[in-house]
Design a protein around this ligand. Structure first.
Ligand code: WTA
Length: 631
């Protein structure tokens, strides 16, 4: 594959293997044995895990029912994920164990026990029911990282409502699109969040997003310290609601395959897709991966630095850790504000044992220099995790040496919104190969294939596919089953991940990046098509194309090429104006770092923009196959 020659060089830079034994639950031998069992008899394997690890109201008739490309796990079983995440721990005498420690950017701290969390979830669940929200209805949650956000998600799950969490960095039009697509009658939000010392108003974004949107009947607003504004007639205060409803709420009896949540994510077209996860399989898989990948124990303090606006937060701040009865730390605000020692001081202050972040954050700390992490005692750390993009060898080494002090294992976890949980990652006690995500999770059979779906030789770049469905595989795309089917039809017989990868002689996978037009900017997934549609919605833009450029901190930065409409002249102020327009349309996360005005764009004869050619030109690389390029 000529297109990937530059990526092949990455393979050569991989560091030597690293054997760090942490005394984790599963040894290397046990992993291998269990993995074999999980592949030979996936149904037996997952059936046993589901029975041993979780509480069910009624057991399943069949572990897996697979009518290609559709699959159902734990058929006809009944359960409620909040019972596994909350009630069973409280009933086991752990009412006072901490579920979360929250730290605000200004240093404010709040703690919530499993008992308190259950009470609040029940109160809000009752309130939602009283508002007419029933099983199967959707609720959109647009909140910063705060305890009320977890309460909101779990309250939906308690009553069988399908939550759709929208990251608080998305703009009003992006939020509106997601509320409309999900048809949410209730939106839960907060008044503001704080970033780099500044208050960012979230409620006004909701106001704009729902203006004239008749589907939204109620907005629940979690007001924050110092707020004193009058609620609008369609608004209710989060805390008032909690006070008004009782602290017990019968959990909705859910079929294993009933929807749990939708999460909108970027694809190759302009419109985000609503990835749907269901209750039973998702609970089993996130519970199990959280337990073994992070070797989570009840007395561990786990810190996943993600935001629940993304899948990492869903699976490894909310459902996975709670199902295991663990305690999680979370911190609102920027990692390097007021200065880059903030995160490390929190690790020391609370004694964090397992720390999970994205390579972009590691690279940012690298840039700031070691002196900030040297100010803190990091000896409580045992396992470090990485997610969201390939961790380049330099960042791996820095993380291992300066944060892990050479003692901690790094688990590099490859997975996606669609997969629900970790798919490829080397468990803590298994030999790590730095720079490689590593070995498959139990029950997962990844392969690297060529464009026709044939396996490629070891160490050759190809497309990453998965052979069979796993318990937390997406079930559909909300209202768009044809988009779901593309995952299983692009490479018939396989789940097509959309990533390029290699696999070595020992079966270790290395992920090289996306094969399609999806970018990873600071670990956030952004579709080039989404940014392009936002660009062409600017009154002066006729046509646009977007590429990702390598960036030393963000992984990729966005560059847009713009053809102006006749009568509009290129200028720096117009560039600023267009960039601001993108922020308004999509959010700051999608704002191009660079814009260039051009007279034409490279296209195929059928009129498709060849972003690959634009990118090669931009980076001074060979243009590759240009036979379809229109002159
Ligand atoms: C990328 C995030 C390399 C990949 C959990 C994937 C990674 C996309 C890794 C999914 C990793 C995620 N190494 N690449 N450890 N983890 N990716 O849906 O391109 O936001 O397809 O889920 O992130 O992004 P998503």
């Amino acid at each position: 594959m000529a297109e990937n020659q530059s990526l092949m060089q990455v393979t050569d830079k991989v560091l030597s293997p690293d054997r760090v034994i942490t005394g984790a639950r599963l040894s290397e031998g046990e992993y291998k044995l269990l993995y074999q069992q999980s592949i030979q008899d996936p149904e037996g394997f997952w059936g046993r895990i589901a029975s041993e690890e979780l509480v069910w109201e009624k057991k399943w008739d069949q572990v897996l029912e697979w009518n290609y490309p559709n699959y159902r796990w734990f058929t006809n079983a009944r359960m409620n994920i909040t019972v596994n995440c909350l009630d069973r721990h409280v009933q086991a005498g752990k009412r006072h164990n901490l579920a979360y420690i929250w730290v605000g950017e200004d240093g404010q701290e709040k703690k919530i026990s499993y008992g308190e969390l259950l009470d609040r979830v029940c109160r809000l669940g009752n309130a939602l029911r009283a508002m007419g929200i029933k099983k199967g209805d959707t609720v959109t949650i647009y909140m910063p990282l705060m305890l009320e956000q977890m309460v909101a998600m779990l309250a939906c799950a308690r009553i069988g409502a399908v939550h759709s969490v929208v990251y608080g960095g998305f703009s009003a039009p992006a939020l509106r699109l997601r509320i409309e697509a999900a048809q949410s009658r209730v939106v839960i939000t907060s008044s503001w969040t704080r970033r780099r010392g500044k208050k960012i108003n979230l409620k006004s974004v909701v106001d704009e997003a729902i203006d004239g949107l008749s589907v939204v009947e109620k907005v629940i607003v979690a007001q924050r310290e110092g707020d004193d504004y009058e609620l609008l007639p369609n608004e209710v205060d989060f805390q008032d609601v909690l006070r008004a409803y009782p602290k017990t709420c019968v959990p909705e009896s859910m079929d294993s395959e009933d929807p749990l949540f939708i999460l909108y994510t970027s694809g190759t077209t302009g419109k985000p897709k609503g990835v749907l996860h269901t209750c039973g399989g998702y609970n089993v898989f996130t519970h199990y991966t959280a337990k073994y990948v992070f070797d989570l124990h009840e007395d561990d303090l786990f810190w996943c630095t993600a935001d629940p606006g993304w899948v990492t937060g869903h699976s490894y701040i909310v459902y996975g850790p709670l199902s295991n009865g663990a305690t999680s730390l979370m911190s609102e605000g920027s990692p390097d504000y007021p200065d880059p020692s903030r995160w490390w001081k929190l690790v020391e202050r609370f004694g964090v044992n397992v720390f999970y972040t994205a390579p972009t954050a590691v690279r940012m700390f690298m840039k700031h220099g070691e002196k900030y992490c040297e100010q803190a005692d990091l000896s409580s750390l045992r396992i470090l995790g990485s997610v969201g993009e390939p961790i380049n060898p330099e960042a791996w080494q820095w993380y291992h040496k300066n944060i892990g002090k050479g003692r901690c294992t790094i688990v590099d976890t490859w997975w996606q919104t669609e997969t629900g949980g970790h798919m490829i990652t080397t468990l803590p006690s298994v030999m790590q190969k730095p720079g490689k995500a590593g070995l498959p999770m139990f029950g997962i059979e990844p392969m690297v294939v060529d464009k026709s779906g044939n396996p490629v030789p070891a160490n050759t770049v190809g497309h990453l596919v998965i052979k069979k469905p796993w318990p937390s595989a997406l079930r559909t795309c909300w209202g768009e089953s044809e988009r779901f089917e593309q995952y299983w039809n692009s490479m018939p017989g396989f789940y097509y991940a959309g990533d390029l990868a290699t696999c070595d002689e020992d079966g270790y996978f290395m992920i090289l990046g996306r094969a399609d037009d999806v970018l990873s900017v600071s670990g956030h997934r952004i579709g080039t098509a989404e940014v392009e549609s936002a660009l062409v919605s600017h009154p002066s833009v006729a046509e646009a194309a977007v590429i990702g450029k390598p960036h030393d901190v963000k992984g990729e930065s966005i560059k847009g090429f713009v053809i102006l409409k006749t009568g509009h002249n290129p200028s720096d102020s117009l560039k600023d104006n267009i960039r601001t327009h993108i922020r308004r349309e999509l959010g700051a996360l999608a704002m191009p770092d660079e814009l260039e005005f051009v007279d034409g764009l490279p296209k195929t004869r059928s009129g498709k923009i060849m972003r690959r050619v634009l990118k090669a030109k931009e980076l001074g690389m060979p243009l590759g196959d240009t036979s379809t390029l229109e002159e």
